[in-house]
Structure formats: structure tokens, C-alpha cells
Design a protein around this ligand. Sequence first.
Ligand code: GLU
Length: 277
Amino acid sequence: MTYRTRFAPSPTGYLHLGHAYAALTAHDATRANGGDFSLRIEDIDRTRCRPEYEQAIYDDLTWLGIRWDREPLRQSGHLAALEAVLETLKLRGLVYPCYKTRKELAQAAQGAPQEGDPLASEDNEPTSLNPAWRLSLDAAREQLGAEWNDLGFMELGAGPKGETGWQVARPEINGEVVLGRKDIGVAYHLAVVIDDGLLGMTHIHRGHDLFEATHTQVLLQKLLGLPTPVYCHHALLLDAEGRRLAKRKGSKALRDYRAEGMSADEVRALIAAAAKA
Ligand code: GLU
């Protein structure tokens, strides 16, 4: 079996050392196993993606010495195929429309509604023709029957609490996730599962911030008849203050190290040292 893996960045900012670590981990493991490495551009949320960030992904990865074995898969390039899968889930009764806004749901999750609060009712009345679509865990459980009890994944890395080895899937920790968004259509969990299946992924290397997401993604794989890859979650690199690196917090971009004259080997060494710390 060919060892197939990928790096799947979203072009919503410049890559930082944490992204480089995730990309190198997947790439180096693939090369060590004589496998096949894909680059996937996760650009379904067109409101947050920018072409210059996408170009910077190609430039930064190439500079680091990362090579991909096929044309990068851009999620925005096959939205109709992604939507078609969402339609099948609607037909199978596995998703239901949700008319509440994100803000309303967040407020509702924060505690008891106040008097006069428009959320005081538990209703989900149609307010537009364009709802979000949520995964129904009851419908999924019913349709999978006994297979529900076998849901899980092999973790060869470790989750945030050191979880390793066989993990029984607990999709309920993420609740009834949105699979179709009002604004952009197919949402993260569904797009990732469809595209990992399309690319024939055998091993998913990624940061352990996505460990919990895996519990939902293995359920979606089963519902769509796709094989579940092996997962290798890794710890996140932290900055000098011990906080996780993040684009929105302005963590130093990979391209800034390059602009300062650092070589790719030096950046690799920096990442290796930070990963050990
Ligand atoms: N696009 C996601 C991110 O940038 C990664 C998706 C995944 O690895 O499954 O965090």
C-alpha cells in the first residue's frame, strides 16, 4: 500500500513556523516511506482567502524543500462535487436545516436566555430559504446500526492529553456540526473528509488542535463509505511565552525568516529544536 499523506493549509494568512512543522512532518514521513505527498489548498471560505496568501504557500513550501507529487487540489476548484455530496446527505436524512445564526447559537450555549431575549424560545423556525445544515447524530446512529460501535481510529501520534493507539470515536464531543454553511456552502469537516477520500489518504499528519475534529471526521467517513486513514497528531509549536502560534495573533511568518537571510536548513533546525522543547 502506498503511503499517502497531505498538507492542507488555508490561504487566510502567511504560514508561520507551526505550519512549516506540520508540513515538514507530513512530507518527511511520506518521503521516508517512499510515499505520495499532496498539497491541498483549503479555500472554501472565499471571504477569508486571498490569492497572495496562496502564492506564498507555494513559495514558502518550495523554499523549505517540500515537493508535492501532483497538482495541488484547490477546494474552490470543485465546489460542485462537494455540494453534490451534501445533497446526498440531505436525501438520506443525515443533515437537518438550522435557521439560527452563529451568534444566536453561541449566546444560547452561554447559558440561560434572559427575559425578552429573542432566543428565549427553543424554536428553529424557518427564517430564510438558506439555512445551515447540521449533522443529525440520531440519524447517523440509526443508519449505522451496529457499525456505530466500531467507529474509531488508530492514533500513531498523540492527542492533546497523550491519547495514543486505538481511539473509540466520540462524535458527540463536537455535537451536531454544521456540514453546510449559509454563506459558503460545504463546511470544513465535510470538505476535509471528501477530499481526504478523493486523494486516497492513508496517513493524516496534523497538529493535535485537530484531534477532536477526528472524532467527527471518522463518522463522516463511515457514512460516506470512505476508508478511515491512520492519524498521527503532533504537538503544536509554542512561542517564547508558551502560547500557540497563530496567524491572527501575528506570529512571525516563515517568509520573514527568509527575508532576514535565514536559510531553509536553519529554519528546519529552529523548528526541530522548538519541537523538542
Ligand atoms: N485547513 C486546516 C487548517 O489550516 C487543516 C485541515 C486538516 O489538516 O485536516 O488548519
